[in-house]
Design a binder for this molecule. Sequence first.
Ligand SMILES: NC(=O)c1ccc[n+]([C@@H]2O[C@H](COP(=O)([O-])OP(=O)(O)OC[C@H]3O[C@@H](n4cnc5c(N)ncnc54)[C@H](O)[C@@H]3O)[C@@H](O)[C@H]2O)c1
Length: 435
Amino acid sequence: MANSNVKPATGKLGIMVVGLGAVSTTFMTGVLMVRKGLGKPVGSMTQYDKIRVGRGADKKYLHYKDIVPLADLNDIVFGAWDVYPVNAYESACNAQVLQPKDIEPVKDELVNIKPLKAAFDKNYAKRLDGNNVKDCKDRWDMAQQIREDIRNFKKENGVDRVVVLWAASTEIYVAPDMKYHGTLAALEAAMKANDTVHIAPSMCYAYAALQEDAPFIMGAPNTTVDIPAMWELAEEKKLPIAGKDFKTGQTLVKSGFAPIIGTRCLGLNGWFSTNILGNRDGLVLDEPANFHTKEVSKLSTLESILVADKQPDLYSNYYHKVRINYYPPRNDNKEGWDNIDIFGWLGYPMQIKINFLCRDSILAAPLCLDLTLLMDLAHRAGRYGIQRFLSFFLKAPMHDYTKDEVPVNHLFQQYVMLKNALREMGGYEADEEID
Ligand SMILES: NC(=O)c1ccc[n+]([C@@H]2O[C@H](COP(=O)([O-])OP(=O)(O)OC[C@H]3O[C@@H](n4cnc5c(N)ncnc54)[C@H](O)[C@@H]3O)[C@@H](O)[C@H]2O)c1
């Protein structure tokens, strides 16, 4: 770490999570268990991955923490907001993701993570009916109350830095509209005018975080920080933002598998993806307006990997469909099916079937850890605005669509971006050498 010019990770890091449901409690419980030496953070890049730095005779393979100053797990303090008043222990038990043997040893810490009142609007998630909700005059007041929560949390817990992570339910789809989302001034005017159609509660959380010097991560597919007004605020405040939508199960497979087809110049006729899941996330996504937000995010993956303009013979007419079906018996244990219709030499058709029996929150928890630690790092490294190097972890990577920027969805290109950002922050040269 000799050459890194990133500020050191001194003091405590506050991770304030919006939503205290299955993903958040699996994340928090896991971190607390790992801290006690009672579990392993499997799937976490920041805890396991080693990347090469230097070239030729000087090359070494190092863990991220030996390249850049990452916050230590022992320095993390958790906070949360939720619509339901139950603490992290009760919520973890209700979620039924982890077994009691993996929750009970950290019960005392979890009981103390009590959700602050949520900034919530039932029109954005009709299936939720909790009462732990802020009473807000308008959207501007909503943001001011969240700002106060962040300031109080910092004071009460003696934390030096805060990162805010959205792991709450997917809101209904808010299409970016430049009249309200195009500039910071327009966004603030809409908040003050209490424009509840264009200003989602999640935007109030993001706005508040950025005003309080906290990087913001959008783990759901919500529009929230994916609008020019928020980019402007992030640039002005010199804060990193990242999103959208954790890349966990089916889309992870898709962004890793599609390159096989593309790299071998095979053709694609269609890709049908369907899922069954039965947790509260599935319940919220059963509402068509909420599902639409997810659909937009999930559909974006293939089009930038298998591109019609680049290979018209191979990718001009493929049919891409994504479905999520709410099916309570499976709870968090989502099952995903992919049917891929490809074609080869002289156009002869073939099929590939993928059946992924995953666990949604088990896949999402390490991403929560990696995204929060890397956003804290980016902030200390003086990086701000959209953090494209975190696309590796996200289904619909943020990009400047007003300038026709094409997002990178190819998993292995995203990994190169991640490695190079770490090399640069560690004071090494970015490169694309083969390891
Ligand atoms: N698990 C995965 O693999 C995965 C992948 C990508 C994205 N996600 C997203 O992560 C999010 C969380 O998933 P989950 O399984 O934990 O869902 P969950 O339903 O168990 O938890 C979400 C919690 O957010 C709370 N909430 C909703 N709106 C809120 C608001 N405005 N303020 C505060 N709290 C609010 C709900 O009350 C609920 O307790 C979802 O949006 C989901 O789509 C999950």
